[in-house]
Write a protein that binds this ligand. Structure first.
Ligand code: FES
Length: 574
């Protein structure tokens, strides 16, 4: 609900005397040194997501200064406030487990404090969806500002980027190709500047999808974190936030079904992270919009991958920036986009495209008729192994495995995987299918990025680079391989994945969009009768863990908490 009151008069503490509440509030805020004139201005809140643990947000303090400058130049009063921040490597057990907590924090703080508009500063994977989920539910005018991607590193003349090249070099180390000295040298070059992972991982994907969604000023997705242009973009975002406050341009007017369709098109065309489909489902769910994954898959049949970025291609985000950024992609997709969707500029997506600089010759975004991959990056699968669906990043796998039948080699949990995957006695061959259970939203919990099951060491050493792998986990957007993810329902709630045994045959057919467990229905029924849910862990009974386990939804609904989504009244794509 959006308050009609403005500035200091918004959301007064309830003492039964509004004028006294305002008097008291002003008395306290004056301790910050503000004048009455300043306190009469539109107030723009700025989420401070800086943390010493969040390297992707290292530049947040200087971005805040730039946003403040923009707000003041436009006649507003900027006030920063902290929210939870999440970095992928510093959020045990997994950042996904904490995304909803950050979304709740953002929502309640935006609502609790007297902000007429809010600049949401995010960047690292979960922060952008969390802030947008919160802002959508609070429905206060908001604009997203991302920290921007890192510049690339260099090792012996080879460009490096987090974290596709982290995985590539680690795989070479596991296979014995390179030694400890070299892997240590590479470790120091993978994240050479401030900013987010500079391949088409989740951070880059969410930045591009957010710009396509209309919640970010044009050009904001790709500019590297350390460029001066990033500061000017931050200043412009602050200034625009003042206008959003005056226009009362709330997220529900921008995050419409049409806008989400544009974001989904872009997700497919950039060969984006599989995580984005979970985040977009959660964000849309906050506005009562359900994503129909079968229809999303049909959308993928006529949306080619156009962007030649790692892990699907060869370039990095700074190259996409030099190629013009998102608008270069949007121009190629024009015939498929909902150009009338409103954006935070106050203009439509179509008007923003027309207002951009004309295109120039570049080699990062392919023409629509000469794509990197002829279909969208993500394919949606169904079958008796995944009645609620599963996904695969078809643009980033060995094409030979698109149609594959093999013997299942099952790992019951992440612990089991860690214990046995490199055991020289493990009975496994390159044609087998690796299956991981108990890594879904409730099972792990938090649906970690464990779907990138490592190739067993003894096979890696023989040169095996890809195998079909199946789990109810997620995968980092920076990873690649014939990896089936988000199997729904997950094994911990009794999905068919829980019934798979080593030796079973499984058939994956990506062109037909099927995933089948080749076990007779009667046998599966017998196994189901024997199946027991995982024993509750001691820490499951209290606090945030309990709330999470009791209310988290499956991947197809974005893994949001069931009580946070709005009742679904719309379905996309239509
Ligand atoms: Fe933050 Fe990759 S770890 S974006």
């Amino acid at each position: 609900m959006t308050s009609r009151k403005r500035g200091m008069r918004r959301g007064l503490t309830a003492y039964g005397d509004e004028e006294f509440s305002l008097f008291l509030r002003k008395a306290f805020i004056k301790a910050m040194g503000y004048s009455d004139d300043a306190l009469e201005r539109p107030i723009v809140g700025i989420t401070n997501t800086y943390s010493g643990f969040n390297a992707c947000h290292r530049t947040v303090p200087e971005l805040i200064e730039a946003v403040k400058r923009g707000v003041m130049l436009a006649g507003g009063l900027p006030v920063e406030f902290p929210t939870i921040t999440l970095h992928e490597s510093f959020a045990y057990p997994t950042s996904m487990y904490l995304r909803n907590l950050m979304a709740m924090d953002a929502e309640e703080m935006i609502r609790a404090q007297p902000v007429d508009a809010c600049v949401l500063i995010g960047g690292c994977d979960k922060t952008v969806p969390a802030l947008l989920m919160g802002a959508a539910s609070a429905n206060v005018p908001a604009i997203m500002l991302v920290t921007g991607p890192m510049l690339t590193g260099d090792h012996r003349g080879e460009r490096l980027g987090a974290c596709t090249d982290c995985r590539r070099f680690w795989a070479r180390f596991r296979a014995g190709d390179i030694g400890a000295g070299e892997i240590n040298a590479v470790n120091a070059k993978l994240a050479p500047s401030a900013g987010t992972c500079m391949v088409m991982g989740t951070a880059s994907t969410m930045a591009l999808c957010t710009e396509a969604l209309g919640m970010m000023l044009p050009g904001g997705a790709c500019t590297p974190a350390v460029m001066s242009e990033r500061m000017r973009h931050a200043e412009a975002s602050g200034a625009r936030a003042v206008a959003l406050a005056k226009e009362r341009l709330t997220p529900d007017k921008i995050m419409t079904p049409e806008a989400f369709e544009n974001a989904l098109r872009v997700l497919l065309a950039i060969g984006g992270s599989t995580n984005a489909i979970v985040h977009l489902a959660a964000m849309a769910g906050r506005l009562g919009i359900a994503i129909d994954l079968d229809a999303f898959d049909r959308m993928g049949r006529d949306t080619p991958v156009l962007v030649d970025l790692k892990p699907t291609g060869q370039h990095y985000m700074e190259d996409l920036e030099k190629a013009g950024g998102l608008v270069t992609i949007l121009r190629e997709l024009t015939s498929l986009l909902k150009l009338d969707a409103l954006t935070v500029t106050g203009k439509t997506l179509g008007e923003n495209i027309v207002a951009a600089l004309p295109a120039w010759k570049q080699g990062v975004v392919r023409p629509f008729n000469s794509p990197v991959f002829k279909e969208g990056g993500i394919a949606f699968l169904r079958g008796n192994l995944a009645p609620g669906g599963a996904i695969i990043k078809q643009s980033a796998m060995d094409p030979k495995l698109m149609r594959h039948e093999g013997r299942a080699v099952v790992f019951e949990s992440l612990e089991d995987l860690a214990e046995r995957i490199d055991d020289p006695a493990l009975d496994v061959s390159a044609d087998d299918i690796l299956v991981l259970k108990s890594a879904g939203p409730k099972g792990a919990p938090g649906m970690p990025e464990a779907g990138y099951i490592p190739i067993p060491k003894k096979l890696a050493q023989k040169g095996v680079k890809d195998m079909v792998r199946i789990s109810d986990a997620r995968m980092s957007g920076t990873a690649f391989g014939a990896i089936v993810l988000h199997v729904t329902p997950e094994s911990a709630v009794g999905g068919p994945l829980a019934l798979v045994r080593t030796g079973d045959r499984i058939r994956l057919d990506v062109p037909a969009r099927t995933l089948e467990l080749l076990v007779a229905a009667a046998e599966l029924e017998a196994r189901r009768r024997q199946w027991k849910p995982p024993r509750p862990r001691r820490e499951d009974a209290r606090g945030y863990r309990k709330l999470f386990l009791d209310t988290v939804t499956q991947a197809d609904r974005g893994c949001d908490f069931d009580f946070l989504a709005a009742p679904a009244t719309m379905r996309i794509p239509r």
